[in-house]
Design a protein around this ligand. Structure first.
Ligand code: ADP
Ligand code: MG
Length: 345
């Protein structure tokens, strides 16, 4: 929740340059490739010997986040993490970020401090440097744009386009939990709006709420791939839900796929919560989104390597394009997989 009065400092009292200095003063450079960071007209990055990987996201209050239930510190952390996730999804290592914000005077300096606390935590945890950004005002609401910059050797890079028939279709972690966490927060928000005296009922939902409010990018998996000399044939991160994300891999690789229902990893808390909401757990897992897990394909020659890696699930197989994208249900039926995803428009 936003801080309302408790020691409120107006942004105007610092001015633009004072604010930038204030928000960025506690960030330390961790990577030798960050040749020059904040303070000049541009940052300078030295990626000698590596290809440079760049990804950017724009987050708009009321469209991508709701400050009624997302604490600013979590928002800062998540804004960085979702960008890093895109760099890891290329099998690359993020090294730098830039963070640009547009804020209205509804926000105090203390509120922005909380946001930057979250940004700093993510920088520290993932070993990336904040090397620049931009700061401006907005009429209403909060806008955040994060750009992540990473590096990889050419032969390590993994695109969406490399999947081949016969490859194993794998996913890390579990699916659908973040979506159910969001549904809990939305329910509590509606209850609160209709009865502001009510206490939120979110007991024992730590796992699902955490998956939505404080997602992690799978840096650990990229490190394990490297240690085991495994290079997936295709990869992407799961942001819209796999039924939609898998379509991208299939389209760009010119292949089909079949998912086995029994192979889709769903956390027990997610199953229970879906049933409480009278939702189908599988539908939540396939269409929920915001999981920030890695969806990837590997050559069947690598099956032994994959079997020995923690937290990876073989969910299905890549097929010929003519076979389409299918779901083999645990009841034995074969359905077309329909991409629902998250629509912003
Ligand atoms: P310019 O006028 O050239 O855009 P600014 O005065 O906006 O420069 O920025 C000065 C320095 O501070 C630059 O290095 C810029 O990248 C950095 N910077 C500005 N805003 C932010 C921010 N919100 N977070 C991190 N760095 C920032
Ligand atoms: Mg500027």
């Amino acid at each position: 929740m936003e801080k309302q009065d408790l020691g409120r400092t107006e942004i105007a009292s610092l001015g633009e340059f004072g604010l930038i200095e204030h928000l960025t003063k506690n960030f330390e450079i961790q990577n030798p490739s960050s040749h020059r960071g904040i303070g000049d007209d541009a940052a300078v990055i030295d990626n000698t010997g590596f290809l440079t990987v760049v990804s950017t996201d724009l987050l708009v209050e009321g469209v991508h986040f709701d400050l009624m239930y997302v604490p600013l510190k979590h928002l800062g952390y998540k804004s960085v993490v979702v960008n890093l996730s895109d760099i890891y999804a290329m099998n690359a290592q993020p090294k730098q970020i830039t963070v640009s914000i547009a804020v209205s005077n509804r926000f105090s300096v203390e509120a922005l401090d909380e946001f930057y606390e979250g940004v700093k935590l993510a920088c520290k945890f993932y070993g990336v440097d904040l090397v620049g950004g931009d700061t401006t005002s907005s009429q209403k609401g909060f806008l955040i744009s994060v750009t992540a910059i990473g590096q990889a050797k050419e032969e390590e890079l993994v695109y969406r386009s490399g999947a081949k028939p016969g490859d194993l279709l794998c996913v890390t972690g579990d699916l659908g939990s973040a979506y159910l966490g969001l549904q809990i927060l939305e329910r509590e928000k509606q209850l609160y709006l209709s009865n502001p005296g009510i206490q939120p009922d979110m007991e024992e939902q730590d796992y699902l709420l955490g998956r939505f409010l404080k997602p992690e990018a799978r840096k650990d998996m990229i490190d394990i791939f490297r240690q085991n000399k495994l290079v997936p044939t295709a990869m992407m991160d799961v942001s819209d839900g796999i039924s939609s994300d898998l379509m991208h891999i299939c389209k760009q690789s010119g292949v089909g796929a079949i998912i086995e229902e029994v192979g889709v990893p769903i956390h027990n808390d997610a199953k229970m919560q879906a049933l409480k909401f009278k939702l189908d757990p599988l539908t939540c897992a396939l269409n929920g989104g915001e999981d920030y897990e890695l969806l990837f394909t590997v050559s069947p020659d690598d099956i032994e390597k994959i079997r020995l890696m923690p937290d990876i699930y073989i969910m299905g197989e890549i097929t010929e394009r003519s076979e389409g994208v299918k779901l083999h249900s645990s009841g034995g039926k074969i359905h077309d997989l329909v991409a629902q995803g998250w629509k912003h428009f």
